[in-house]
Design a protein around this ligand. Structure first.
Ligand SMILES: Nc1nc2c(ncn2[C@@H]2O[C@H](COP(=O)(O)OP(=O)(O)OP(=O)(O)O)[C@@H](O)[C@H]2O)c(=O)[nH]1
Ligand SMILES: [Mg+2]
Length: 219
């Protein structure tokens, strides 16, 4: 019985996510759902991505947090339209929350919609929001055992950014193991080693995202 209830919730969410996706397709919009543990570097990546692509694409951002508006404020400080969703305790965004936030954005003037999910390594991966790609960050201080212990997000993501590689000299992080385990869970997953602090490796990420957007736009 309990399993059936959870399944019903996921089915209902899928229906709303499909409606969102139909709207995104109609507006010729590429949407990425950015997920990670708290503090892995999502908002810093959003800022870096905006700075790299703002001349080429019109960008809007939805920020998901349990409370507060500081992430949306960071994005708005760059002159980018940003909507903050406060889940009030909820550990993930779902299709309906994103649907409601869309009302505050001008989708006709957006090419790239970045949705930063609530910091959590488990639940966000279970709820589709109508995105084109799920993008995941694993940061070096979290440890290389995370793909093996929290496989779902690695399975669901189209791309994995291993962030904070500037900290590798100071933290025990087995890069080869993290890559190997992520590939075992999701064969062929794209992996980029980056530092959102120094900018190292971000050109690979920006090239990947640009390719995905172009593929989307040319069908
Ligand atoms: N050393 C280092 N610090 C980083 C890097 N990327 C982000 N940080 C720092 O990590 C902290 C958290 O970064 P955020 O971008 O706010 O992380 P987040 O994933 O958005 O956090 P939540 O939204 O709370 O889940 C900040 O102090 C960043 O400056 C990096 O590549 N290297
Ligand atoms: Mg953030």
């Amino acid at each position: 019985m309990k399993v059936r209830v959870v399944q019903n919730v996921l089915d209902a969410n899928d229906r709303i996510a499909n409606t969102n996706r139909a709207l995104f397709d109609e507006k010729n919009l590429y949407v990425m759902n950015l997920m990670s543990s708290p503090g892995a570097g999502k908002t810093t990546l959003v800022e870096r991505t905006i700075l790299a692509l703002r001349e080429r694409f019109r960008i809007s951002v939805i920020e998901g947090d349990i409370q507060d508006t500081c992430d949306a404020d960071r994005v708005a400080a760059l002159g980018i339209p940003a909507v903050q969703i406060n889940t009030g305790g909820g550990c993930h965004l779902d299709g309906n929350m994103v649907r409601e936030a869309l009302a505050d954005l001008n989708l006709d003037e957006t090419d790239l919609l970045i949705v930063e999910n609530v910091g959590n390594l488990v639940c966000p991966a279970e709820f589709r929001i109508g995105e084109n790609d799920k993008v995941m960050i694993l940061s070096v201080p979290e440890g290389a055992d995370k793909p093996a212990k929290y496989p779902l997000m690695f399975q669901e993501a189209s791309v994995l950014l291993i962030n904070k590689i500037d900290l590798l000299p100071y933290v025990d992080f087995d890069l080869a193991k993290a890559r190997r385990d992520a590939q075992a869970i999701h064969p062929g997953i794209e992996i980029f080693e980056v530092s959102c602090k120094t900018g190292q490796g971000l050109e690979g990420w920006i090239a990947w995202l640009t390719r995905r957007m172009e593929t989307r736009r040319t069908g």
